[in-house]
Design a protein around this ligand. Structure first.
Ligand SMILES: Cc1cc2nc3c(=O)[nH]c(=O)nc-3n(C[C@H](O)[C@H](O)[C@H](O)COP(=O)(O)OP(=O)(O)OC[C@H]3O[C@@H](n4cnc5c(N)ncnc54)[C@H](O)[C@@H]3O)c2cc1C
Ligand code: FES
Ligand code: FES
Length: 483
């Protein structure tokens, strides 16, 4: 198969003769002249370009709001997409359009198509019960002139209320597509349906750029251009999206979407569930994956500290077999990993946490959502019956050149000591010996050092009663709503 097959607003499309580096946003606007979808930032930050994906590779079908500026043509293969033009029927407005109208939730209207599509997803979700979920649903949509109050009124009104033709469409069986081998000029994009095909391609094309969710790769594509001419897209491989609970661990597929991982882990593996609440924003989490976060090797990545502090394992696979590595053996240096050229990261094993262990994650950023951490961390502490520390792992992001850097001296200091306020305070003073962070536009070195120490002190206080605290129910954005 060398043509990209997809459905957009219930019309079938077969795409060929276009560069695979073209984003869905530009395909919609420039090729199909569906100009309702707007371009704002072109890097996943504003939500103006939000469209709906029905992608049932893995799990039950669900509408997902995604940023079309970070989705590329090969990723459309086998997908159903809805844009703002496709949700009304003739003169009959969709429920979410009615809601926007009646709440005066649009003024200049530039953000409104994107806002509408995030509301559209909410209309067919039946799991939105807690206040934070309404905030989270809309956090990826910036609006400069209407204010968020009416938009938040809309999401509360429409959530779970979609009872129209889109319910049937959601459950229509997906059309199977064959593995795609798309070529355009000197580009080649391979979109396999199975892991076996992906591994074979990887082994024979070691320079191909691997793409899971494409949110990291996409920002570079949009800003700098293609760094490779061959791409291996993993988005259609169902087995890589699986998540399951075993007696001693959770197994998370490499390309399980972060939004799904967040929900799966919120009670099962709280440090990850909590950090994902404050990771990027909704549309990014509907497509980005853990594999992309870890393989990118960013020193400010928020998932790395969780994996390092909880002693989680990474599963790497090639045609030669599978190997499992502790996170710290995977990271070799600044953006350098121990992955062999023919390997793919295929999954994660998160050990079930001893309920008596203390463990929590924290993220400090200027904004609650859609912001890169100035400092993030996960702490893990085991104590014996006398409250003497028998194991301590303190892993940080944003404090060193490597992701999930351990505060080794601080850990050594607290080991064997009683876990009490005095000793934790003394341990926190050692953080300055462990790290020499940089100053940048996000935070000064001084600030990072102070906050890193204070987070450890805060962890002590927070885990006095609840040893593995869940998500924080902090107010979001600029407004606390009475819900
Ligand atoms: C708007 C925005 C907000 C963000 N917010 C945050 C945030 O709050 N916190 C944070 O930590 N990060 C954030 N990020 C970055 C984030 O880490 C990534 O967006 C995401 O997790 C990467 O996953 P992906 O699947 O999209 O990766 P991709 O873009 O698909 O891949 C990233 C890298 O990993 C490699 N790769 C991917 N999968 C595999 C695999 N299976 N095997 C081998 N190599 C692989 C790719 O080749 C590429 O080099 C943000 C990004 C954006 C655009
Ligand atoms: S244009 Fe801003 S998120 Fe896509
Ligand atoms: S209505 Fe103008 S930016 Fe939202």
């Amino acid at each position: 198969m060398n043509r990209i097959r997809c459905m957009i607003n219930d019309r079938r499309y077969e795409i060929e003769g276009l560069p695979p580096t073209m984003s869905l946003l530009h395909y919609l606007r420039d090729e199909l002249h569906l100009t309702g979808t707007k371009e704002g930032c072109n890097e996943g930050d504003c939500g103006a370009c939000t469209v709906i994906f029905r992608d049932d590779s893995g799990g039950s079908p669900r509408y997902r709001a995604v940023n079309s500026c970070l989705v590329y043509l090969p990723m459309l293969h086998g997908k159903r997409i809805y844009t703002i033009e496709g949700i009304s029927q003739g003169n009959e407005r969709h429920l979410v359009q009615e809601s926007i109208l009646s709440h005066y939730a649009s003024q200049c209207g530039y953000c409104t198509p994107g806002v509408s599509m995030s509301l559209f997803e909410a209309a067919y979700r039946h799991d939105m019960k807690e206040p934070w979920q309404f905030v989270e649903q809309m956090a990826g949509n910036l609006c400069r002139c209407t204010g968020y109050r009416p938009i938040m009124e809309c999401v509360r009104e429409v959530a779970g209320q979609g009872k129209d033709r889109f319910v049937d469409k959601l459950y229509e069986p997906a059309e199977g597509v064959e593995t795609l081998d798309y070529r355009y000029e000197d580009f080649r994009c391979y979109v396999p349906n199975t892991l076996e095909e992906a591994l074979d391609f990887r082994a024979s094309h070691v320079d191909a750029q691997v793409v899971s969710g494409g949110t990291d790769v996409g920002v570079i594509l949009n800003k700098v251009g293609a760094r490779a001419h061959e791409f291996l897209f993993l988005c259609n491989i169902r087995e890589l999206r699986q998540m399951r609970e075993e007696s001693d661990k959770l197994v998370i597929g490499a390309t399980a979407r972060l939004g799904d991982v967040e929900m799966f882990c919120q009670d099962r593996f709280k440090p990850l569930g909590r950090i994902l609440r404050f990771f990027s924003a909704h549309q990014i989490k509907q497509i980005a994956c853990m594999a992309g976060s870890v393989c990118g090797g960013s020193p400010v990545g928020d998932i790395a500290p969780v994996l390092a502090a909880t002693d989680s394992r990474l599963c790497l696979q090639s045609p030669r077999g599978i190997r499992k590595l502790a996170f710290e053996d995977f990271i070799l240096g600044y953006r350098k990993t121990s992955m062999e050229p023919d390997e793919l990261l295929v999954g994660f094993e998160l050990p079930k946490l001893d309920p008596m262990a203390r463990c929590a994650s924290y993220k400090i950023s200027k904004r609650q959502e859609l912001d890169i951490s100035s400092c993030s961390c996960t702490f893990y502490v085991e104590t014996d019956e006398r409250d003497v520390v028998t194991c301590a792992r303190f892993a940080y992001g944003g404090m060193a050149a490597v992701p999930g850097a351990r505060a080794r001296r601080t850990e050594a200091f607290i080991l064997g000591k009683v876990w009490n306020e005095e000793n934790v305070d003394e341990a926190a003073r050692q953080i300055g010996e462990d790290f020499h962070p940089i100053s940048d536009f996000r935070a000064s070195a001084w600030y990072r050092g102070e906050v890193a120490a204070n987070l450890l002190r805060g962890f002590y206080v927070e885990t006095l009663e609840d040893r593995q605290p869940k998500r924080l129910y902090r107010p979001a954005s600029t407004l606390q709503l009475e819900i």
